[in-house]
Design a protein. Structure first.
Length: 332
């Protein structure tokens, strides 16, 4: 018999999440039975903390539910021939140390995964955030060689991949982030221009200086004031991929305009929100491409690893505050 630990949402977040909004529970898992549906026992090895958890918890969860999220897990016990003991999988079973599965909701790590590559990257660059960058750029922004791409929250899990994929695609890339260390990191991984949006005197001037003739593509992870300023610097027929709105997730009172209609009309812009699950049928294509670029060194990865399952809420809150460089993960 296994006792699993799980973090539950004790109280819906009011404004910024607090550690007191979570509760650590213990759950007794039943033994596996031959011939039953529950054929696999798994233990989480790495767990993901992501910005989407903040708005989705409000929309999809009840108080008392286990916090949503994805993990890399190892198979401890198996009565399913398709899953060998010791194999690693991606699961979507929330913040828990152990769980039982019939295997239908699990995805094996690609067989081509090199031993030298951290398996935690399956939660980041070679996982959902990487796929978000891949399909957002190719299918929503429809970037072309020679164009200028703007990305905010550029040192985060999605933004850092967006910039590198845009460079692979032959674009000029401008990124912004919230600290000088993050800006230095962006320069290191190949961004053409990068600035700290918290220290510039004028966001409008900083964007104009980074690309005087404007932007063809804008990959927006932030929304709010940044997006309102950036939209005025789009080129005619520019494309905006709305991936996230992290500047608004923790607001108790909704932000008011400015509004986007006038620049959208005059510049004939396309602006499209998207969720990466739209391309679920092409997931393998995206993961194969991302894994290849990582192995070849064309896409570099950085992870912010927090040790210990008991630190899940702290890692989540830190990520929402922008304390992470690259992908935030928790090592159990």
């Amino acid at each position: 018999m296994v006792i699993a630990k799980a973090w539950v949402l004790k109280k819906h977040f009011d404004g910024f999440p607090k550690t007191s909004d979570f509760d650590l529970k213990q759950i007794e898992l039943p033994n596996l039975k031959d011939g039953g549906e529950q054929k696999l026992l798994l233990e989480s090895v790495f767990l993901s903390v992501d910005p989407y958890m903040r708005p989705y918890s409000q929309r999809d969860m009840k108080e008392g539910d286990i916090m949503i999220g994805t993990q890399v897990a190892r198979i401890v016990e198996s009565k399913n021939p398709a899953f060998a003991v010791g194999a690693f999988v991606i699961g979507d079973r929330g913040w828990r140390t152990h769980f039982i599965s019939d295997g239908k909701d699990l995805q094996l790590l690609p067989s081509s995964w090199p031993e030298s590559l951290p398996r935690s990257l399956a939660l980041g660059t070679v996982g959902m955030p990487g796929l978000t960058a891949y399909f957002g750029l190719l299918e929503v922004c429809k970037m072309k060689p020679g164009e200028t791409v703007l990305v905010n929250a550029a040192a985060g899990a999605v933004g850092s991949v967006v910039g590198q994929l845009a460079k692979i695609g032959g674009c000029k890339v401008v990124g912004c982030a919230g600290s000088d260390d993050k800006v230095a990191y962006l320069k290191k991984i190949g961004f053409d221009e990068a600035f700290n949006y918290k220290t510039v005197k004028s966001l409008d001037e900083a964007l104009r200086k980074a690309s005087p003739d404007g932007y063809d593509c804008f990959f927006d992870n932030v929304g709010g004031e940044f997006a309102s300023v950036a939209i005025n610097q789009m080129k005619k027929y520019g494309r905006i991929a709305v991936c996230g709105a992290i500047s608004q997730y923790n607001d108790s009172v909704p932000q008011k305009g400015p509004y986007v209609q006038i620049p959208m009309i005059f510049k004939e812009l396309q602006m499209e929100g998207f969720i990466v699950s739209r391309w679920k049928n092409r997931q393998e294509e995206g993961l194969r491409a991302l894994l290849k670029w990582v192995v070849e060194g064309k896409v570099k990865c950085h992870e912010q690893v927090t040790e210990g399952f008991e630190n899940m809420p702290m890692a989540f809150i830190g990520m929402l505050k922008g304390e992470n460089l690259g992908k935030a993960v928790v090592k159990v």
